[in-house]
Design a protein around this ligand. Structure first.
Ligand code: SAM
Length: 283
């Protein structure tokens, strides 16, 4: 690699040359530690025939390592100031393609299917803009297509909620719904001092891999049930679920049929408990 972008001196040099200041409203915090970008890029690839889609390349810190390791890299960026910088910082790579588009408006299914037809395993990687972490992940989760893996950095507190276990304070409806869809692997924790500018919070990298779809489950109905059960965190499952069913006696009966103690709170229920409750409602 000729010149590493993810260092304090090169980042400063690029920002000065192009007279750029990081834009807060685009969630711009650039990585300045090569060991970190190297590790994310290595984990992101699941085969030697990968196309990587990156969300928000910034000035190219992570992109450079993805270009080193993957056959093809497609990056979506929203900041109109950055194409000029990337044309310079990534000039050594002919496997890089920049698309100037808000990632939330990308048709993921079409993108993935096109790349699959070309014979690639398709993976996603990013140091996510924190202000839209959850919308971006749900945009990917709901695409219903063959994504090999999603390896992304986010605020540590948000990562903690995604892979929280039951009976912890981080566990909520988001944890259950995400764990229904994906196996989640924590890759690394990242301190705030490896970014320019330095954010107020620490970060973590998670990898999401889709579980096989359960054809017998109507996802929308399961998720409505999960959200209703977590509606008022301090209340018992009987209170929350009773409000959802609209009849407390019937709710108690269904909970008992699903072998769930009506006096517990939702945070003590695991995914299998929610499956059982979903099933008794279908009978
Ligand atoms: N990947 C670079 C790095 O690690 O140094 C930059 C990461 S920075 C946290 C987030 C990047 O996402 C910025 O470049 C920002 O302009 C871009 N971004 C923000 N919102 C976006 C959106 N809706 N679609 C695509 N890119 C976006």
């Amino acid at each position: 690699m000729k010149q590493i972008i993810a260092t304090p001196s090169r980042t400063k040099e690029l920002l000065d040359t192009y007279q750029l200041r990081a834009k807060k409203n685009y969630g711009q915090n650039f990585l300045i530690e090569p060991g970190v970008v190297d590790k994310i890029a290595r984990h992101a690839l699941i085969s030697d025939h990968c196309a990587v889609v990156e969300i928000g390349p910034g000035i190219g810190a992570l992109t450079q390592y993805l270009c080193e390791y993957a056959q093809r890299v497609i990056a979506y960026e929203i900041d109109a100031r950055l194409p000029a910088v990337l044309a310079d910082s990534l000039s050594a790579y002919d496997n890089f393609e920049l698309r100037m588009q808000d990632f939330l408006s990308v048709d993921i299914q079409e993108l993935v299917n096109d790349l699959r037809q070309e014979g690639y395993d398709v993976v996603f990687a990013a140091n996510l803009p924190y202000y839209i972490t959850t919308p971006i992940l749900f945009h990917l989760f709901e695409a219903n297509c063959e994504i090999g893996a999603i390896t992304v950095m986010m605020q540590k507190e948000v990562a903690d909620r995604f892979h929280a276990r039951c009976n912890t304070k981080e566990y909520n409806a988001l944890s259950v719904m995400t764990q229904y869809r994906c196996d989640i692997t924590p890759i690394m924790k990242i301190p705030r001092n490896v970014f320019m500018p330095r954010p107020q919070v620490d970060s973590a990298v998670l990898q999401f891999r889709f579980k096989p779809k359960q054809e017998n489950i109507d996802e929308a109905r399961l998720f409505a049930l999960i959200k209703a059960c977590f509606k008022q965190r301090r209340k018992t499952i009987l209170n929350n679920y009773g409000a959802y069913v609209g009849n407390k006696d019937q709710a108690k009966e269904l909970l008992e049929k699903a072998a769930i103690d009506p006096s517990v709170r939702s945070e003590s229920l695991n995914l299998n408990d929610f499956f059982r409750l979903y099933e008794v409602m279908q009978q």
